[in-house]
Design a protein around this ligand. Sequence first.
Ligand code: NAI
Length: 384
Amino acid sequence: MQTKTVLFIEGDGIGPEVWAAGRPVLDSAVEKAYGGERALEWKELLAGKKAFTATGDYLPEATLTALKNCDLAMKGPLETPVGGGFRSLNVTMRQVLDLYACIRPIRYFKGIESPVKRPDLVDMVVFRENTEDVYAGIEWKSGSPEAKKVLAFLRDEMGVALSDTAGLGVKPMTPAGCKRLVRKALAFAVKHGRPSVTLAHKGNIMKFTEGAFRAWGYEVAAEEFADTVMTEDEAKNGGKKPVIVKDRICDALFQQVLMYPEQYHVIASPNLNGDYLSDALAAQVGGLGLAPGVNMSDNIAFFEPTHGTAPSIAGKDLANPGSLILSGAMLLEHIGWNEAAALIHGAVEKVISGKRVTVDLAGQINGSTQVGCKEFGELVGAAL
Ligand code: NAI
């Protein structure tokens, strides 16, 4: 019997419910696909409120150590209380584990009523850089002594005169940071037979950050993927390689993915663009309850549903476990257990087409019957 160990964190809010409904689906899919010859071995790690209750610490050192030494993990959502100097556990884990790539596949499941005409043409994977850009958190408040100091430096040393009242933020983007993200996206496209990778940027305006992202992206493609990746120009001139690397200015790309989704397969993007794009794309195919994701470093793939703890519905058996179930399917694809992942995708589609769905989807599907979190999980399990 081949087993694969997955460390998991249950999470806060709806976390325990979506795990209780979703994990049996993942185990059944593996059992069905491989007739008992393969299995996932789950090992729980503590984080969030459950960890605090047990250890007095929201993110125990033992959890971080175990994560640093593993290659596969999965988590439910973790609460970040607003204010109170509480550091986000998600951000802490992202930084400590250097989870630099946030990867979100966006695909359509038959039966979802979408705001676009051809949601069935949407099948993209967004690779968002997770550590740099304006999200690095380097900011100074309007009127603060720090902002005044930087404004004086800009005026006196750099010849840039700005209003004294300006709040300021810094947008750092490095060659190493951008290249490792694009490298991951290109390697994914090559490995999974995706025909194109699009670099999403605002390089026409922000030349030395977003424009540099574009340039560094093409450099990685030319230097490290010469056998398998070509530019659009090379393709026009009769080149024959499996993957095309292209770039689009991000505002235009927002229109393109709405109007011609079939032309986009993998998108590689700096942090902010990628954040907006992946949520907008998720809305085209059903929203948060069905959006899976993974954060990756070079060593660890840490899968998670992209929604939060949904406090207003927690404990009420209302949550959609679909995002967790589909994150599990992503995990199975990541380890090459594609048959089990395909069973899950088929089962989710069957249940949604049968119009028995959780409250978030019931509002989007005419004539649907609302079911609870637990029942939705059971329906998917039965449809495998
Ligand atoms: P949220 O994703 O928890 O909720 C947004 C809306 O979507 C709410 O109306 C909620 O009821 C609904 N929703 C979310 N997941 C759902 C599901 N599976 N089924 C049905 N409806 C669902 O985002 P919000 O309210 O901004 O954040 C709540 C808490 O979660 C905060 O403490 C936040 O920091 C945390 N959070 C954690 C994340 C993580 O651990 N990766 C990600 C996002 C938020």
